[in-house]
Design a protein around this ligand. Sequence first.
Ligand SMILES: Nc1ncnc2c1ncn2[C@@H]1O[C@H](COP(=O)(O)OP(=O)(O)OP(=O)(O)O)[C@@H](O)[C@H]1O
Length: 369
Amino acid sequence: MEESEIHQKIVLNLSEVQIETIRNLFGFYNWDFDDQLDQNFGGNLQNVGKVTEEKGVQTDYQTLQDESREVQNNVFFVEQIEEEEECRYCLCRPCITDERNRQMWWETTSVPPHSRNRFFRKDKFKRFWTMLLHRGAWSDERYLAAKSEAMRLDGRQTSYELHRRDIMPKCVLSLKIVATTSLGTNHPLFTQRKFDICIVDEASQVLQPACLGPLFSAHKFVLVGDPKQLPPVVQCKEARNLGMDESLFSRLDDSGATYELNLQYRMNSEIMSLSNKLVYNGALQCGSDKVANGQLHLSPSDQTEKIYKDKPWIKDLFISEPYKAAILLDTDKVPAPEEREPSGLIKNVTEAKIVYHLVQTLIKNETND
Ligand SMILES: Nc1ncnc2c1ncn2[C@@H]1O[C@H](COP(=O)(O)OP(=O)(O)OP(=O)(O)O)[C@@H](O)[C@H]1O
């Protein structure tokens, strides 16, 4: 090992509980350590930056540094209109998170997003919060008062002291409909307000602990799911045997509480009969005659005719007859054997080629269906 590597510092940004644990551990083994708290960031981010910069890794601290430079060039400058009322949440005149005023900061493209924030929403959202940081919002008395009130209101006491997004602008708090993943509901938006109804889609595939989280943010809930589809994926056999793959939907499923939706609009009657015979015991119905009799009408182009000449089996598949709505292709005699790659993945090149030809034929038809 290189000498320089041996003397590298490891610097962490920690919660109080983690600090206490590490102190005890280091004390027990009599190891040296320094507490280096940075007041501005609530942790020792500066040192994280120093250590990882040497290794050429981009860090949040570096991003902040880059952003600070940009701030000097007024990238985060938000025009303040004195006559407007100041928003008590974002401390701007007028409120910049209001949909009408969004363009005042939203369109800035000169700051490259951090690699972890490259998705559109995260990137824009992060810029907004960084901008508030540079406006000194986090140390403003009004912000601190609102923050302690938010902490008082949050019965769940999630780790607020490290969370800069605990104060939501009024316009965000008052959104009527919010979509999220089950695990996304520890976001302050959900801890600081209660919704009328929480609708959990695909609830029969969500683990019970994950499904319960969002329900605490609403007065009523509706679970939407299909217990005949896959249950939650639990890889551990022991956990499965102990019932971990039972969804909240299955647990609460009861004729008094469950309303069955039997009309479907996605398959014609021929395709539906497969599902009905295999799974739903005849309960599924087509929502309309149009759906029941729906067919794909293909208008072969010159290119399709050429494909049909070379591969007559494809022409046979695409005949527009109701009885041809669901076709099973038996590749046993082709043959189309499966191959296992060294990584353990299974592939079937011949079947992939068949799918390729079918898709090509569909694309080359002159149809708008
Ligand atoms: N009332 C309706 N009239 C016409 N088409 C509809 C109607 N309801 C649903 N559809 C169509 O049926 C298809 C399936 O609908 P949707 O995705 O809402 O079903 P779902 O039960 O949520 O499916 P999943 O099993 O994927 O959760 C869509 O193409 C949708 O446009």
